[in-house]
Design a binder for this molecule. Sequence first.
Ligand code: ZN
Length: 535
Amino acid sequence: MTKKDQTKELDKGIEKIITDIEKTPKNPESKNKKIQPIIKIININKEDREKTEIEALKGISVKKNENFSEWYTEVIQKNELADIRYNVKGFVVFQPWSVLCMEKMFGFLENALQRKGHKPYWFPTVIPEKNFKIESEHVKGFAPEVFWITEAGDDKLEEKLALRPTSETAFYQMWSLWIRSHKDLPFKTYQRANVFRYETKATRPFLRSREFHWIEAHCAHATKEDAMKQISEDMHTTKEVLHDIFGLPFIFFERPAWDKFAGAERTFAADVLNPDGRVVQQPSTHLLSQEFSKGFNVKFKDKDEKEKYVWITCYGPAVSRIMASIVSVHGDDKGIRFPFKIAPIQVVIVPIRNDPHILHKAEELKQSIQNIASVEIDKTEKSAGEKFNYWEMKGIPFRIDLGPRDIENKKLTIFRRDLDVKDVIDEKNILEYIKETSEQYDKNLIKEADKLFDSKIKDASNIHEIKKIIEAGSIARINFCSVAKDGASCAEIIEKQVGATIRGTKLEREEPFGSKKCAACGKLAKEVVYVARQY
Ligand SMILES: [Zn+2]
């Protein structure tokens, strides 16, 4: 079935759904009040879909460095990564071109976790209100963001149920049933889940929405030292996967006392820099306060026969949010550039004409390439030029432009999206070429991203200098008096005057430099911190 036929089939399907809805006997309670809007929305979408297709052919019209925000919106829409027209505010539909990539990201993250001894779970989406209230800081922090279920069918529920905004309070009550002895520790779990947060700030697809998709890993340990080792392991996992595979440079900061996860004793988070100079918080890992293990009664019998409370850590890479950084960090004026390992499709074959001879060859190539990479043939009716632009915008790593002369000479012309160049190779070497070049391709993206990131960190010694650095879209490194509660007033000064926040210290603390004075108050500095605007 060709794409055109599929579209026809789909349209037929939609028509059938509409007629079925219209045929549905109308009961006086719901009337057609609820039905009408559905039909309307489907009709709008159909027109919009054609419009989107025409727009997509034009490519990206905004330059990334001139107006990042508009560029981002266009890239998301034209590449059909997410559709924001879903009719519940703050919720979006994730579309195949992002889901295929995010599935691969989940794969790499879950693989790393399992390799390090985490076992997968699927916990219920709902959490009873009483669990939620056990740790007071946690409830205080999350209460304003929780969606509550209060009714089911005609019944009012005896106890409200939270749609999980995060699952500490679901996991730990079960741990109290499962963990008995020091032999059970470390107890390493994780789940892949969607979570719900009633965000009141403006939502943006992938960056901030009211439902997002993530992995949350929860671990119980016998000692605080073991818990800190886990934190370090989580940081390592982040480097292995986010940097070395996804190509995202970041700094792992320990957040200051006033900016910790609700219920944590210590919070560490990886900040990735967007081209507009704002940082996006990516995975964070937390040493939770022992209030959680005490509240949920998670105890174990230690080697000395004494009952002790476990030490808990949790780690949360938000895959749908990492997607935002993939788009932002690697994208260029033409559109997305996917790292090879997580590209939705890794190779596309573009027959420059749809004649049977070329299509036959394309099919033959596809059969061979699909043993080592995901591959598609573009059989649409678009012109060759339109196809080229389209796949460059879509960020596919390798495009094989297949014409009669190439076939005759047993050569292949391959366009690589990392360097925007064409390679001509002997047809028989295609598999080796993809294997070797894909490694180099990912390295190129990482090198480019690292170089830009490193050039964006600049030292400042006073508010004026911080402001200049932040306004130029960079991160400021400064001396700072204290990251304990007593430093909060200096953080406020910076936030008010510069519009940026203290992201925290590096895990390996740095020595204050230059005058060694706090950039806000001038007192002797104990810390070196980083200042940036955030999403
Ligand atoms: Zn200060």
